[in-house]
Structures are given as C-alpha cells and as structure tokens.
Design a protein around this ligand. Structure first.
Ligand SMILES: *Cc1c(COP(=O)(O)O)cnc(C)c1O
Length: 442
C-alpha cells in the first residue's frame, strides 16, 4: 500500500486513543513502519528519535537482537496457550524471575496484559482479601490527587485527572484523594504531607488500600514527590491496616535509575503493578505481584470459594513472557542502570543549558529519564491552554526529528534507557529549536 492509501484508510477507519479525531483527520498522519535502535522510521523513510519510548514502553531500543531472538525462539514452540487450568514454561520462569528481582516480600505473580488490568487486579485482590479477613467495613480506596492508574472503570475510580475522568464520575466508586505535590521538597510538599497524614488518620479504618505511583505521577504531567513525602504516607497507611499498592507501570524497569522505584522508598508494598516496560516495550504483558500473606488469604478448599475470581484470556501470553525474560536478562549485568545514570545527567545538563532559559518554559522536573517541561505562553494575554502549547511543541519536535507527546501544557521526554548520550543532546536540541518555532526565539 502506498503512503497515501495508508493515510486515507487510517482517516476512514481507525479511531485513535486519547485523540480528538476531527483534528487528526485534518492532517497527514505520521505512519511508523520500522524501528531501529532508538529511532522510528516512517513510511516515507524519515527517521525520528523515539523521545517518549513509544508511550513509555520501550526499554532497550527497537529491533534489539536479544529481544528479537527470544520472541522468535518462543514462536517456534508456542504462540499462545492459556493459564486458566494450564501452565507453560515462559510464564513459570518469568514469575520466578520477577519474584527474585522484586522488592521483598513480593513472591506471587498474577499476570494480565496491560497496566489498567494490573491495577484493577490489585484493587480487586486487596478488596477481596480484606473482605475474607472479616474487615467488611473497609470498602474505600485512597489514592494521590491527580493519580493515573489506567482507563478501566476501577482504575479510573482511583484516578483523579479531571480532564480524563470527570465525565465518568457517575459510574465510579468514591475514594479518598490525598494531596500530592507538583515537585519534590519545599513548602508545598510539606503542606501536602500534613494534609495527607490527617486524611489517613481520619479515614484509615474504612480503607481497603492506598494506591500510589511512587515518586513520579506520570500522566498527571510528571508531578514528582520525594521519599520524605511518600515514606510517611505509606507508613501511616500501613499502621492503620491499609494495604499498599505500588503502581510501577510507568516508573518500573529502570526509568528512575533503579529497577523499581520502591527500592528508593524502602517501604515494602503489599502489591506491585508492572506493565509498560515489562516486555521491554515489545508485547503487551502485565503483572500484579503480591506478598505470600495476601496469597494465603485466598487459600481454601474449592467449595469455600475463596479463590480470586478474575482472569484475562491472553493472560501471561508465552511470546510476551519470552520478551519479558529477555528484558530482565538485559538488566542483569547492571550496565543498563549504570547507563541510565549517565543518561539522566546528560539530559539534565542539556535541558538546563538549552531549554530552561527560554521564556516559554516555566519549570522542568526530572527524575531519571522522565522529564516534564512546563510551558507558558510568554505573552500573558494568550491563555496557554487555548494556544495548545503542548500539542504545538510535540508537532514541532517532529519537524526536527523527534517524536514527543505532551500532557496538557507539559512537554514530556521519556526516552528508551538505551538512548545514547549524543542522542540525548539531539533530543533536547529538538525541544529547544521547537520552542523557538512555536513561541519565537527569545
Ligand atoms: C500507563 C499507565 C497505566 C495504564 O496502563 P495501560 O497499559 O495503558 O492500561 C497504569 N498506571 C500507570 C502509572 C500508567 O502510567
């Protein structure tokens, strides 16, 4: 099919996620045909740095020989078989490997296929566990303000990004939203912490669990908090009998410099949710890890019906498990995380020099390779939102050879961990040149 045919059929039949389709169909779609390393290549042969890791999923680059080989090898044996009533080697090996690398005492692995299901599973498991323990008064969940835990209704119920979630309010269960800061340290964080602890004191007895995106609230626009905020919040919740769910769908797999963010927090969660980077960004796979204590709450004779009544058809798909095993192998040497440290520094230096000084940039937040660049229209008579600053910036970076995506008025950079230091400078340079294109050179 020619590029023109593809564009026409896309506009005629595809409905894209999170996309205002009227705007989409009025411009030529960027159609990605190939990936090589940290670059995506479109149907015209144009190359772009994958500045947001194909929506925060890609870890080691596209077309990585080890990941490719792992998936091909598995394909020669078995593409799919179910985990309902049967088992298969890649799921068994992956569960054991995850139990080995995850923060203790997470020993049990429940597979699904996306981040929303990973969090839904944690919420339902936590609820059923509390019910089966006789804590029937515990019916509500606590989460952080502006949280994002996925798009299914349970996940949306513990989310609070109004733009995404407001319309569904009548369908959702009610919870307790704890104030969370925009940036770590400082007075705002201290005030959020005091209020969060007070809310936990007040509502602790009715709470099933507290779910958090540790250290970086990604979809909120890269809101960040420090360990000094998160640790007391988690410890206070635990002291009240509230289960702890760490949603590391975005921050897991090295993005904050450690394999898991909770390693930096040093509080042991009862549940850990993984997806996006789990399969190296190759195939849809997710996991909800739980402690042995949680698991034991579901053990009984079949006629007692205490098992977890939940499961997705493609749960623990063998090809995806094979990709995830190869992904974990690549982390095993420590080289990847050592590179993340250098890469984070290179991004920070380049951003401080080339992006922060621009008058349209009000602040930059960064933890590891996750970056949020807040945009304001330098002419204060122009409302930043109506100007669609984030969208314009993301479009502009394409003309300079990088794919990025905004979250509202925040431009996000979140590249593969394999981005070279030279590519890091290149990526930041595309953002700097785009600022001049969109807002004018200072
Ligand atoms: C992306 C994301 C999810 C949802 O994952 P999907 O695979 O898109 O369903 C959940 N939690 C966090 C923190 C995420 O960033």
């Amino acid at each position: 099919m020619t590029p023109d045919d593809l564009a026409r059929l896309d506009h005629a039949h595809l409905w894209h996620p999170f996309t205002p389709q009227l705007r989409w169909t009025s411009s030529e779609p960027l159609i990605v045909e190939r990936g090589e390393g940290n670059e995506l290549i479109d149907v015209h042969g144009r190359r772009y740095l994958d500045g947001v890791s194909s929506l925060w999923t890609n870890v080691h680059g596209h077309g990585h020989p080890a990941l490719d080989a792992a998936v091909r090898d598995q394909l020669d044996r078995l593409a799919h078989s179910t985990l309902l009533g049967l088992s298969h080697p890649p799921a068994i090996e992956l569960a054991a490997r995850l139990a080995e690398v995850a923060p203790a005492p997470l020993t049990r692995v429940f597979f699904s296929d996306n981040g929303s299901t990973a969090t839904e599973v944690a919420l339902k498991m936590a609820f059923q566990f509390q019910q089966q323990q006789g804590h029937t008064q515990r019916t509500r969940f606590a989460s952080l303000r502006d949280a994002y835990h996925g798009d299914t209704l349970g996940a949306v119920s513990v989310g609070s990004i109004d733009l995404f979630h407001q319309v569904y309010r009548p369908l959702l269960f009610d919870g307790v939203a704890l104030p969370a800061p925009v940036e770590p340290g400082g007075d705002e964080e201290a005030a959020c912490l005091q209020r969060a602890l007070a809310l936990l004191e007040e509502h602790g007895d009715e709470l099933v669990a507290l779910i958090v995106e540790p250290l970086v609230q990604g979809a909120a626009g890269m809101k960040m908090h420090s360990v000094d905020y998160l640790r007391p919040v988690l410890e206070t919740a635990r002291a009240k009998g509230v289960l702890l769910v760490a949603d590391e769908v975005a921050v897991g797999f090295g993005r904050l410099g450690t394999l898991f963010a909770m390693e930096q927090v040093s509080v042991a969660p009862d549940f850990l949710c993984l997806a996006k980077g789990l399969g190296g960004g190759y195939l849809p796979i997710a996991a909800t890890l739980a402690t042995e204590a949680i698991y034991e709450g579901f053990l009984a004779e079949p006629e007692a019906y205490r098992q977890f009544f939940h499961g997705h058809t493609f749960t623990g798909n063998p090809l995806a498990c094979a990709a995830a095993l190869a992904n974990l192998d690549l982390f095993a040497t420590g080289e990847v995380l050592a590179h993340v440290e250098q890469l984070s520094d290179a991004l920070a230096d380049a951003l401080a020099e080339g992006v922060l000084p621009h008058p349209a940039v009000s602040s930059i937040r960064q933890h590891g390779v996750m970056v949020g660049i807040d945009l304001v229209h330098p002419d204060s008579t122009e409302p930043t939102a109506a100007f669609q600053a984030g969208h314009r910036m993301a479009m502009a970076t394409r003309t300079h050879g990088a794919i990025t995506r905004p979250l509202g008025n925040t431009l996000v950079l979140n590249p593969p961990l394999s981005l070279t230091l030279e590519q890091a400078h290149q990526l930041v340079h595309t953002a700097a040149r785009s600022l001049d294109d969109v807002f004018g050179a200072p």
